[in-house]
Design a protein around this ligand. Structure first.
Ligand SMILES: Cc1ncc(C[n+]2csc(CCOP(=O)(O)OP(=O)(O)O)c2C)c(N)n1
Ligand SMILES: [Mg+2]
Length: 546
């Protein structure tokens, strides 16, 4: 058979359902082979969002999402998406084309060394040099992409290799079990926890990609140890749990940090230093047990006293089943912090001033969505508000990127989330800056007939940077822009446009958009004066005297 047919068969063998991307002439053999496959081609309007979608498929399913581009300019457009998958630990495969490698009549036209370019931001990058080697290269790339810690992989398929003839066949998949945590390491962890006085559990990103919720809930409920989470650990244990203290949306100085400062031990489950730090370790400060699939990476602000390395679910189960509840544990201060955090977060949740305050916005979105419904956030200052104030009730229902933290991924990740979870309502939440970075994918969403809502928070500015600029005492400069009329913009794509003109309209509009088929875009003016008041001044002035 033709090598490109074999490539497609290898992807089918891996269970691939979608390929996202923009083909170029160097991909035409591959495209022709794809025409005879059940794998669906999802044509996008730019390669970057195709990469974000593939990465999100990987994030949600554990199996690499696949994206396709041409050589040169198509491949460079994947760069940010590769970094997004790699930092975010999302299994994802990029396939790029290339001119023929055996003989070419085009000089260096469009040719860059894509394989080399991908090296620093992938786990595996390779040019296919013979049709016969496609099965082993594809299998190995998938294996590496999925192996903990997951990430991005890249294969380059040159035109002449795609057109070769081969008699090889896909390599059958084999079972892989992750190693369990070492029993002695678990014993030490148990002894450290039993001897501590004010232990806390922290749930990080790694806990959100494998279904470990059940064991974590058992551990928390057996011991009564309160827990908090990182932005990417949201929802692993439902945040309406009475022992949930909050999300460390900021690295320092939030109300939650009053509890962290008093803790003498943090059991850090699934945290990874790529995330914005949930707290800073200091010499002589709180001790940390690192429980993760992979060993801790030492950093100035992260140097745990113990690593428990292996399958997280198994490690948590081992700890939970062998630990004894200690009479010396004292959670009284944590309970006071919880009460205080809850009261603080409830402030302004009903505020009816217009433009809408972030606290009310978060409360309204939470109110209209069910436990399994999904929000996908782009990057802007609202991410801090959603991380802090939104209660996630299930794993992977708050898709945010606290690793590369790139703008432009909110809409594509929401689209992929809807494809993976057609039963869930999906709302993309974007700033007016981040939305415009990939807004053209509205066309793709309309073409795919996705039922979804895009909530645009309109401040006509790069608000996050304005907030930081103000916090550093600089004058307001260089961060304002004008927006298109988002209602007309939506309509131009065949989507429905909605405008929030008073605060009480938001819930009504959201209820309509999430229950009406099609793509809906909501233009929602937002009042960001609260950023400075609450996230800067109030927190600086706060004292942990609760
Ligand atoms: C691709 C990319 N460019 C720049 C940044 C830096 N950055 C972070 S947030 C932000 C502003 C976001 O503006 P907007 O999307 O309007 O959200 P807002 O904060 O105003 O709600 C910028 C420029 C980034 N994270 N990613
Ligand atoms: Mg903005």
């Amino acid at each position: 058979m033709k090598a490109s047919d074999l490539f497609i068969k290898c992807l089918e063998n891996e269970g691939v359902e979608y390929i996202f991307g923009v083909p170029g002439e160097e991909n035409l053999d591959f495209l022709e082979s794809l025409r005879f496959s059940n794998i669906k081609l999802i044509l996008t309007r730019h390669e970057q969002p195709a990469g974000f979608m593939a990465a999100t498929i990987g994030r949600l399913t554990g199996h690499p999402g696949v994206c396709l581009s041409t050589l040169g300019p198509g491949a460079t457009n994947f760069f940010t998406a590769a970094a997004y998958a790699q930092l975010g630990a999302m299994p994802m495969m990029m396939i790029t084309g290339q001119k023929p490698i055996h003989s070419s009549k085009q000089g260096h036209f469009q040719i860059i060394d894509t394989v080399d370019m991908m090296k620093p931001i992938t786990k595996f990058t390779k040019q296919l040099v013979r049709g016969d080697r496609i099965p082993s290269n594809v299998r190995e790339a998938f294996r590496v992409a999925m192996e903990e810690r997951p990430g991005a992989v890249h294969l380059e398929l040159p035109e002449d290799i795609a057109a070769e003839t081969t008699s090889h066949l896909p390599i059958p998949l084999h079972k892989v079990r992750r190693p369990d945590a070492n029993e002695k390491a678990v014993d030490i962890a148990i002894s450290m926890i039993e001897k501590s006085v004010r232990p806390l559990i922290l749930i990080g990103a790694g806990a959100n990609r494998k279904r470990i919720s059940k064991h974590l809930v058992n551990l928390i409920e057996k011991t009564g140890i309160p827990f908090f989470n990182t932005q990417m650990g949201k929802g692993v244990v439902p945040e309406d749990h009475p022992l949930f203290l909050g999300t460390a949306a900021l690295s320092d100085n939030d109300y939650l940090h009053c509890a962290i400062e008093r803790a003498d031990l943090i059991i850090n489950i699934g945290h990874d230093v790529v995330e914005k730090p949930p707290f800073f370790m200091t010499p002589g400060g709180v001790k940390v047990i690192h429980v993760n699939f992979v060993a801790s990476e030492t950093d100035e602000i992260y140097f745990p006293q113990l690593d428990v390395v292996g399958d997280i679910a198994n490690a948590v189960w081992q700890i939970g089943s062998r630990i004894n509840v200690s009479a010396d544990w004292d959670f009284s201060y944590f309970k006071k912090v919880k009460q205080f955090v809850d009261e603080k977060l409830a402030e302004n949740a009903n505020a009816d001033s217009f433009p809408i305050m972030p606290q009310r916005l978060v409360a309204d979105v939470r109110e209209v969505l069910g436990a399994e419904d999904i929000i996908a956030l782009d990057n802007g200052v609202y991410k801090v508000w959603f991380a802090r104030n939104y209660r996630a009730l299930s794993s992977n229902t708050v898709l945010l990127d606290n690793a590369l933290a790139t703008m432009g991924a909110g809409l594509p990740s929401a689209m992929a989330a809807k494809m993976v979870n057609p039963e869930s309502k999906v709302v993309a939440i974007c700033g007016d800056g981040g939305f415009m970075m990939n807004s053209h994918e509205i066309e793709t969403a309309v073409r795919l007939k996705l039922d979804m809502t895009v909530l645009i928070l309109n401040d006509s500015a790069y608000g996050m940077i304005k907030w930081k600029q103000n916090g550093m005492g600089f004058e307001d400069f260089g961060l304002d822009f004008n927006n298109p009329d988002f209602v007309k913009y939506a309509e131009a794509y065949g989507a429905s446009g909605h405008r929030v003109e008073s605060t009480d309209q938001l819930q009504t509009i959201l209820k309509t958009t999430i229950s009406t088929p099609g793509v809906h875009i909501i233009d929602c003016p937002v009042d960001y004066s609260e950023n400075e008041r609450v996230l800067t001044r109030e927190l600086i002035e706060k004292a942990c005297i609760i």
